[in-house]
Design a protein around this ligand. Sequence first.
Ligand SMILES: [Ca+2]
Length: 391
Amino acid sequence: MIDYEVFLPNAALDTQLSAATMQILGNEMAARTPGVPPPTFPPPGSLVTYECEGYLTVYDNSLGEDVPIPNLKMSYQVGSSIVNAVPDNTGYFRFVYRDFRMFASDSIVLPITFTYQDPQGKWKITESQTTSAPLTVDKLITFARPSLQHFTGNIKLYMGDRQENAIHRAANYFFNNQTYFPSLYSDALKIIANDATVSSGNAGLFTYDSFGCWINIYHHNHNAGVVIGTTLHELGHFAHFKPLGYSRFINIPKLLQESFASYSGWYLGEEYYVSQGATRPSSGYWTIAGDNHRQYWHENYAPSSILKYYSPLFIDLTDIYNQKTTTTSVYPNDAIQGVPASKIWDIVSVGTTWPLCRSGLQSMVGTYYTSTAFNNWIIQFDNWFNNPANQ
Ligand SMILES: [Ca+2]
């Protein structure tokens, strides 16, 4: 018969232990195997350095794989102190902290808080327009304990009740990974993970006024790629709006606004998924990040149709798909491909009217496409702008 050393905190010590730690102590006492002697511990009341590490991932139902969630703030309260960890681009996180010694068991459960805010303050995800605090989610996470002071465990999340994990990945890619469009802002752009259910086709909204801007992403869609493409579409509006400001942005033709946002959702969505290991198709167009490709647009949309603004003007410069597959097709004849995203931004950032934008497109003839390819393609867009019903 071996008597276990049982750690019963005295009254003075008890006041210094967090509820979480007391829970851990309770778990560990219950988890001990009778007959197995405990390892050698520091004396009761000792402060011990603990390390907790693992990978934070989420299942992406468009890719069919687990992918990292970088830059999502993770917190764990130890007594009156809060210990933070921020996963890197591989999802790896590591907490190091001091706490009163605990008994060993094979596993422990730690209460982790996830906070949906960029650690550098570039954006935050909130529950509503009027909420200033970032969205937080609390989860009890079980970690293995291979040694006395070392916890390990991989955390696998799902989309989240408000799709917060897909929104966060898109925002983090936009602000911290892509370098094509301006993103060097630190004014805490508010992205609302809106719980309202809306009809299909309007799952994101970019709103601006003379004081600033914000984004709503609605939660009815449970496809990670669509949420990511939608978020990158709205962030495209943000990239377009921010350097120009309210008074210039509001006068940009809506077709140019929506066509650049569509390009952002399509191109950055593809780039994000390629960065996560997806293989780009060698023909056709990709829909892994939703339907921002806009290959269905044509110049004769009914003037009352909102779809008339969502053209492939910038997508066609890059993609390898010519949607005019027959001579009777109503779609643009897109024999152009391969224009770099940075070049497209150069044109968009100064092309605030159709004549200015068209001039920028014309300037790339001879470099990225022939005049024949350009003239055959641009005519639909000229016709659209020349139609008074569209103005
Ligand atoms: Ca195309």
